[in-house]
Design a protein around this ligand. Structure first.
Ligand SMILES: [Zn+2]
Length: 85
């Protein structure tokens, strides 16, 4: 059901998602969902975890601690790798 045209809002900016193999399959049952993210600030990779309300994925850069949020769009969000701005 993945729609390659989905977008994810990061810090208020809309970005096209990047098609990339997910790090982890979702079909194995309930497990904590996350998105892989590339932090441009430090050229580091990390993960965003879905917040309690299920409205966004949130995380922090492992290097500088910069907060990143990816709002979950109307079409839902699958695990994808994308880049911050
Ligand atoms: Zn950083």
């Amino acid at each position: 059901m993945a729609d390659p045209q989905d977008t994810i809002e990061i810090d208020g900016r809309r970005l096209p998602t990047v098609n990339a193999p997910p790090e982890e399959e979702t079909s194995k049952g309930p497990r904590r969902k996350f998105l892989s993210v590339h932090y441009r600030c430090c050229h580091a990779y990390g993960r965003l975890y879905r917040n309690a309300a299920g409205t966004a994925y949130e995380g922090r850069c492992p290097c500088c601690g910069a907060a990143v949020r990816a709002l979950i769009g109307p079409h839902g969000t699958n695990q994808r790798t994308f880049r911050t701005t």
